[in-house]
Ligand binder design. Structure first.
Ligand SMILES: Nc1ncnc2c1ncn2[C@@H]1O[C@H](COP(=O)(O)OP(=O)(O)OP(=O)(O)O)[C@@H](O)[C@H]1O
Ligand SMILES: [Mg+2]
Length: 349
């Protein structure tokens, strides 16, 4: 989505193709980022993609558990602490042959987060991994490192839950990511300062929204304004609503997407929703991704659809079967018809 957030993405070795980098974030803790990442990674691996899934949540590493990998000895912490430069050496096998993990266990409690320079190296290394897709599981919050991973990825995916606190945090996250991206995109010192000023919601210039900011920039520098508009155009976060229980919950993705359009002037695509299901929780206790454990559960069907959508595949025959199992939800990740159809039966109220 946002390939250059001021963080260089290096050219690959000749002939090699850089993997697609996907980051899964969401601001709020506990909304299902890790659950969704583990399952999308598994679904993509099962579709034949060579996938590396990376736990960048250095202070709350638990992706390995969702994938059934006992606490990996080699971890991203070795890269952060400069004990290991080659990310390829940190790969751990998972029960699926196509899916490798870089865990984040055994971190340094005193200094968990990588420096800016180290993050740049990390992102460069991730782009050089021998894989089709690299999925990053981000930590909660809107720390600069989390925002950078989100911004520099080809797709930044936001997971939210249908509850006001999660929606609030998702907007806070998007706002932080948006302004960080804009500040990096602007060239002139004066305009950068204007962006910094706009980041203070109560600024004295009365800039309240990104569109207000754009008007201010247009009045001072038309080249910067064009850059601003272009950056807006390529800033395309994608949305997943997790833990859906009602038809109303399903609509949340559309609502957030339309607020993004109105407030930020950006397109945020609603990728799909995942229903709440106690089986999803049980799959975590059993340390198995639910798409692997119970491929025919509604949760799995929705996750598989989102995975297919991410790599541009149409819904498969399996999904069509799934569609009927799920009460006839549409073939596009269940989203297009969601606003006027009843959400799936299993696990829903
Ligand atoms: N669709 C779902 N239905 C039922 N339970 C779910 C669903 N998604 C996630 N959960 C439960 O919520 C728990 C928390 O999810 P997860 O650890 O993925 O959140 P997170 O956003 O990664 O949290 P953190 O911010 O702490 O990293 C999971 O362990 C699982 O039990
Ligand atoms: Mg997590």
């Amino acid at each position: 989505m946002m390939a250059s957030a001021g963080l260089p993405s290096d050219p690959q070795a000749p002939g090699a193709r850089a993997p697609r980098l996907l980051a899964v974030g969401g601001g709020k803790g506990g909304v299902g980022k890790t659950f969704v990442t583990a399952n999308l990674a598994t679904a993509l691996a099962r579709l034949g993609k060579r996938v590396v899934v990376v736990d960048v949540d250095l202070e709350g590493a638990n992706l390995h558990t969702c994938l059934g990998v006992p606490s990996p000895q080699k971890s991203l912490a070795d890269f952060v602490s400069e004990r290991e430069e080659d990310l390829g050496k940190l790969l751990t096998d998972t029960p699926l042959p196509n899916l490798k993990l870089i865990g984040a266990t055994h971190g340094n409690l005193a200094d968990a987060q990588p420096s800016h320079l180290r993050r740049v190296r990390l992102l460069r290394g991730l782009r050089q991994l021998d894989a089709d897709v690299v999925l990053l599981d981000l930590g909660a919050g809107a720390h600069a490192s989390v925002l950078d991973y989100f911004l520099v990825s080809d797709d930044g995916i936001l997971v939210l839950q249908p509850e006001p606190t999660s929606v609030e945090n998702a907007y806070t996250f998007l706002r932080a990511a948006f302004y960080r991206r804009m500040r990096l995109a602007m060239v002139g010192h004066g305009v950068r300062q204007l962006v910094t000023l706009a980041m203070d919601q109560r600024n004295e210039r009365g800039i309240r929204t990104p569109l207000d900011l754009l008007r201010e920039i247009e009045a001072t520098d038309s080249a910067e304004a064009r850059r601003f508009v272009e950056t807006m155009r390529v800033f395309r976060p994608r949305l997943i609503v997790n833990g859906v229980r009602t038809a109303e919950d399903v609509k949340l993705g559309f609502a957030v997407s339309s607020v993004c359009k109105k407030y930020f002037g950006i397109e945020a695509e609603y990728l799909g929703y995942v229903n709440y299901d106690d089986e999803a929780r049980r799959s975590v206790s059993q340390r198995r991704p639910i798409v692997d454990l119970r491929g025919d559960a509604d949760v799995s069907i929705y996750l598989q659809r989102i995975a297919r959508k991410l790599i541009g595949l149409p819904s498969s025959a399996a999904s069509t079967t799934a569609g009927s199992a799920a009460g006839g939800a549409s073939a596009d990740g269940g989203v297009a018809s969601a606003s006027h159809s009843v959400p799936p039966g299993g696990g829903m109220r």
